[in-house]
Design a protein around this ligand. Sequence first.
Ligand code: HSE
Length: 401
Amino acid sequence: MINIAVLGYGTIGSGVVEIVEKNQSILQKETRQSVEVKYILDIREFPGSPIEDKLVHDFGVIVNDPDVQVVVETMGGLEPAYTYAKAALMAGKAYVTSNKELVAKYGAKLLTLAKEKDTNFLFEASVGGGIPIIRPLNRCLTGDAIEEISGILNGTTNYILTQMTEEGWTFEDALKDAQAKGYAEFHPEADIEGHDARRKIAILGSLAVGRQIDFEDVYTEGITKITPEDISYAKALQCKIKLLGTYKQVGEDYYAMVTPKLVPLSQPLSGVSGVYNSIYVKGNMVGDVMFYGQGAGKLPTASAVVADVIDASTHLDRYIGPAWDEEKLILSDLSHFEQRVFVRMKDTVDSKKVQEIFGHITPVKADVAGEYAFVTDATKEKEMKEKLDMFEELIGYIRMA
Ligand code: HSE
């Protein structure tokens, strides 16, 4: 029998307990034994609940119980998760987590420890919720050099942008609704300022290159400045505004960023609506691969956790993790990155000056009064910012995907 302990009985933790019960016959078939939740660790009491007899408040009970083979952590945050992860791995137990903060910061370190102890540190649910993306990167696309990963990695912001586009909702109303539905982080700034997506692209990029990309190095902008006028221009441009996390290798340069982008309707990522996430991967041999599914929510995320529990249970004494070294990858300065940009200026701007500074541009017409809007040709980020700085009439800009 496999005994698991679940740390944190919140949305995802309770989903894990539910799936282990409901899909017990599947778990038994996959692992060839029964999988039981022996302990649930939480600071709260749950009087009268069916989980009451499994509830513990002391992690020591779990880490010192030799019958627990797999520890599942769904608490989020760096501490005490990091301390628990180290202790569990040191004790030779497999550690499965949905905690992207933990994985982005200490993933490489914890994988090294798991390898030393012939056990596993698995984190499928940390990126893309229920979408299989970590395992495909680790086990399926391993014969390829990964040249690019671009994804809608945050369900809350995608939901907000979708509601603003399709229903004409304000940013604030859409955010409140996302919070009520349980998609948003406890502190919604993590979603709307792009920090959640930043950690996720750092994890995916690290797996792609096999080295540590520090999430703090990833250039990040959120969606708080996106306005209904931007949405009108996006429609005029036959585009959707999406918050994209991007990792890209260009020759010897490695770039990573999270920014809102105008994605043409002809690109599949534009069709990803609501809380759904999608990730595009480009391998040097396989070409283009797409992943799509629910990136947040109780059962989709718990489903990915349970898949890891099965994987951990069937590889109790054998490391199956990725080649993600602790050696840091220095990302290239984004100022050299080349892209087209959509620009909004007050219509008092001298259009001849715009053309002189930007060279060839494509004007954009939308139902917005008092403005002059256009798309530039591909320009390096640094050059583009220097040019934009020359105009006090500048209202805003969005990069094109
Ligand atoms: N707040 C996150 C999101 C949850 O909206 O995608 C899943 O990581």
